[in-house]
Design a protein around this ligand. Structure first.
Ligand code: NAP
Length: 330
């Protein structure tokens, strides 16, 4: 901790803000730059709350890695995920939030002002909104780590282009697996969806589109046991969970969509987490630590929708503003 320098809030970000006597302390730090964090920044900025948003390494969060978002209101024809993420950022910036692309490495919520550390900088704030999101779960099978980035991916939007006229495997049966399988048919000659049951978890509209797509083939009741290859992936070994039989399916790439896990390691011991690792909050997005709020997928095992993340970000920002009002020095 001694190596860190205390950050000075930027003048342009706070020019309209009434931030109290200590100009080294932000009113609000938002951890995470997905739809939840960016919406919180829009609300906080408009409320003239001196706000710092630390985005993590991917501004826009999962939305920035999504091909098309068809169910965010206001875009009747759908909108590309990266474009929606960009619009969120522009709007947050317009209302004065200071946006920094950096990863948080440590937090200290034991005393207020709270401290948030990134690589090399310590920031302080009277309130914090944790909107750190969720990350793709891994399968935990041999070959997965070895070939990650060399044939194994969790981002079709990033890597699908490399599989033009090739065969790829998608693992999973949820909305992510199915929407990304459909996306991959733009490039790949064949997309094989390997699902551990004989029924998809994905919503009806996505199921219908995938089942009607001639480039998509399904391998039901099956799990990937190993990812095989030399320099890059060339096949997967699959086990049928009903018969126990195994087979090898040739493929040039493996896309993993087996669900998400909340990014909460940083907060363990400081905030209450449930048994699945999600941050526990009340309806007002308050955590067990007064002054620390939470929004988006980091607290949502159920819905994980852009619109819901954005809504919870708005609630968290309104609550943070109220907290600041109630706790400001006379
Ligand atoms: P998800 O709904 O949790 O689905 C994960 C899938 O992976 C399930 O089919 C699950 O199988 C399978 N799976 C989990 N662990 C596995 C393992 N170890 N081996 C093999 N398969 C495994 O996750 P998601 O698809 O990422 O979706 C997350 C949320 O985002 C959902 O609420 C979803 O509706 C939402 N979303 C929505 C859209 C949209 O277009 N509206 C797009 C993307 C995501 P089981 O089915 O057998 O459990």
């Amino acid at each position: 901790m001694l190596d860190f320098k205390l950050a000075q809030p930027q003048q342009e970000a706070q020019q309209d803000a009434d931030s109290g006597p200590d100009n080294q302390v932000y009113d609000l730090i938002i951890i995470g730059g997905g739809p939840a964090g960016l919406t919180a920044a829009i609300y906080a900025g408009r409320a003239r709350v001196k706000t710092l948003l630390l985005t993590g390494s991917l501004p826009g969060g999962q939305t920035a890695n999504t091909d098309i978002v068809e169910n965010y209101p206001g875009f009747p024809a759908g909108i590309e995920g990266p474009e929606l993420a960009q619009k969120f950022q522009e709007q947050a910036g317009r209302f004065g939030a200071q946006i920094v692309v950096d990863n948080v490495t440590e937090v200290n919520f034991s005393t207020r002002p709270f401290t948030v550390l990134t690589h090399g900088t310590a920031y302080q704030a009277q309130t914090v909104i944790v909107a750190a999101g969720a990350e793709p779960r891994r399968l935990g099978v041999p070959g997965e780590e070895k070939f990650f980035g060399r044939g194994v991916s969790a981002c079709a939007t990033c890597d699908g282009f490399f599989y033009r006229d090739k065969r790829v495997v998608v693992v999973g049966g949820g909305d992510s697996a199915i929407t990304e399988a459909i996306f991959l048919t733009r490039f790949a000659s064949e997309v094989i969806v390997i699902h551990r049951r004989d029924e998809l978890r994905a919503t009806k509209i996505n199921r219908e589109h995938a089942l009607a797509n001639p480039k998509i083939r399904f391998v039901w009741d099956s799990v990937v046991e190993e990812i095989l290859g030399e320099q890059t992936v060339n096949s997967v070994r699959v086990r049928n969970v009903k018969t126990g039989g195994t087979s090898v399916i040739e493929t040039d790439g493996v896309f993993l969509y087996v669900g998400m896990k909340p990014v909460t390691e940083l907060f363990a011991g400081q905030l209450e987490l449930n048994e699945q690792g999600y941050i526990v909050s009340d309806q007002r997005q308050r955590t067990n630590m007064p002054g620390v709020f939470v929004a988006g997928d980091v607290q949502d095992p159920l819905y994980r929708q852009v619109v819901i993340a954005a809504g919870s970000g708005a609630v968290a920002a309104i609550e943070a503003e109220r907290f600041l009002e109630q706790h400001s020095q006379p």
